[in-house]
Ligand binder design. Sequence first.
Ligand code: PHE
Ligand code: ZN
Length: 881
Amino acid sequence: MNDRADAATSVIHLVDYRAPAWHVEHVELDFDLGIDRTDVVAKLDLRRMANEPLRLNGEGLELLSVSVDGRQLGPNDYILGNGTLEIAIDVDRCVVETRVGLRPAENTALEGLYLSGSRDTGFLLTQCEAEGFRHITFFPDRPDVLSKYTVTLRADRERFPVLLAGGNPDGEGELEGGRHWARFVDPHPKPSYLFALVAGRLARISQDYTTADGRPVALHIWAEADVIDRCHYAMDSLVRSMRWDEETYGRNYDLDVFHVVATHDFNMGAMENKGLNIFNAKYLLADADSGTDDEYRHVEAVVAHEYFHNWSGNRVTCRDWFQLSLKEGLTVFREQSFSADMNSAPLKRIEDVALLRRAQFPEDAGPLSHPVRPAEYSEINNFYTATVYEKGSELVRMLAGRLGKDGFRRGMDLYFERNDGDAATIEDFLSALGEANDIDLTPYLAWYGQAGTPRLSASGQYDADARRYTLKLRQRTPAGPGQAEKRSLPIPVKLALFATDGRMLPLKLRDGTGPVDTELTVVIDQAEATYVFDDVDVAPVPSLLRGFSAPVILEFDYAPDELAVLLQHDVDGFNRWEAGQQLAALAYDDLRDGKQDSAAVTAWTGALATLFGNEAIDDALLAELLTPPGEIELVERQAERDPDRIRATRKSLLAALASRIGASKLRQRYQSLHARTTGALDAQSQAARQLKRRMLDLIAAVDESDARTLALAQYNEAPGMTDRLAALTILATTSTDGAAASIAHFRERYADNALALDKWFAVQAQLPGDDALARVQALERDATFTLRNPNRVQALIGLFARANPTGFHRADGAAYRWLAERLVTLDGLNPQVAARVATAFNGWKRLEPVRREAAHAVVAELAGRSDLSRDLTDILGRVAL
Ligand code: PHE
Ligand code: ZN
């Protein structure tokens, strides 16, 4: 199934792109559905575009028959092999019909047509992005072939009462022998990766919606009966998303029905199939008893993301997979803007940048580094990365910032208008945005083609006599795989100047245009640039890269008390938080180097102790400010990493903060928050829970037994999962043995809730220390653990490898060897998931020498095998370099 034989297959290059030789104008698909066996008849209405034989992709298909214009072909009339069916055809238009057999129940890779759940009660569904359609039928399986689809499903009525496919319903009826059928017609041409079907026993919730342009739409969310009650929040989120896209981008939905389906068996987060979104249950279900506040936000965001794809991805799709960020970066940006509008904008920005730093910066600093638009790939599934998604979104944000709100909207209107019904490129995107505004955006193309996180170094000089402040900026992007020389990029730097009393200074930029303001954006597009500000009456503290105006690493030699000024006074919520993060990082460096009472430690703890008493700061922002960078981000500050030292130093950082604020004040705050805790979902209640969790963490840093007492009570009285999980985490982290009763209770209480059980695995997978591996191995033996379910694999194995630095990177290398064994087994079942987990080896080269040796041995051994999937082989090959 996973073409292991030719795993070391060819590399595909962007420069080799050629338009398709044949178009499929219309496709008629006929499914005879069964769990063990499904037959698919495909009738392709073909039109020649170039003088070449017809080549259809097809993998793992049992070919039963093939005909051209009604004439059956014999085995000598075509060439079948290497994933393609080749037919020499001498007319310019023809109808090719194939009949193939599939075996859904044997499909553990969850790509193509597969079974979710058990043979007796589960349902059938498809996943086609990126190249899954070729596992369903023979087809030119590439995104620049857009076709109209007519799909007929036939199945046993009892076993498959619900039959769904993308498009509008076009009839249904009974068949002999207890069977039934349903037909769907999609009037919008689409690429094969957006095809989907679902068949089985599913319950639904529904709502009527009318679009701004007056189209009535029936919204349906489908899930297995035991979880359908947990879909209401997703429905609300869907309605909010639809309205928002109408109001913000003038985009209306374009079919009569919109289906969303939840499955527990899914490789990714969710999928935007036209008219039939399919979701990993993790991003669709949310209920008061088992959903955390974070999960509610994720559901809202992912529902919006998939819905927004209907325009950014579906109506305008990608010419080839190199352009993946055209739809993903743009859609993440739209999703982030939506979430910012629905919730708190500065907090959203903090969350997004924190994610970028945790996931994308390390990716871009290691052997898997690649540009937002890669130039080559051997397995496209491995390019659904933080770089394509999160950095891609940052690039769109820069463009949007450059054009301003109205200009960006004008540009987007033109982009949609010009490319509607088509497959587009990044160039098409930039030219539409640019032309609508008469601005040349081509310099920004360099951002798409160049990997690595740029360093922006800044230095400032104040001349008191001349009342002049001179700011120097320099940029440099480090070399990376395949890119030794890097170019200068256009980097927008939004900035302000503060007096030490917190006043914002007017910015009189020499040679500047526009009115004098207290904030402005300069764009540095050369290696170096100098900016002179006149009439500056005091030595200023610069606030740079406000709102994180570009995805770069800013280097400015701040004195601790300068950062403290920004932390106290910056009105840009993001930069205020950022100043705290920078200051915490300086404090961290000092503590690591044994300087207990350094200026940075004092400034950081002092500023936060002051803010702690400031009633005007909202609870959620305070909670963020009180959270220093995590172990994974701090890793980036060390030349050579020793996870044990990093963890220990971070702990003393927390302890310094907690003792500066004072245990009794922390406790008081905890108590007052606790007293008003409910399970309510409004922003204030969520913020209170978040701050309460910070209090508990800080108390634990100075008085573990007190924290445990509070956490135990919190666990037992918790009105919802946020409080319960936070308490369980504190209990288990401070004393795993002491938490045994609560851990057992949780397991019992949520025995029937797969997503809650994932959290149970996840908490334990992240517990630090020497016995972490043994704990994970014991959890593998739990009756509910299985390598066949991606969520479960990620919860235990994925989180252990990626989010438990001290546990995974133990010095003797035992966890590396254990992971290697699991990867091989997992690869036999699900190559995509195996490849994703294997990215945990990304940073091995920068480990301290003992661990580096141990990791290298394991990676080299794995990379040398010839029996692994293309997915895993690709990751290992790049990581081992
Ligand atoms: N296109 C999906 C999204 O970002 C992600 C996805 C990719 C899902 C590949 C499944 C397979 O919305
Ligand atoms: Zn997406």
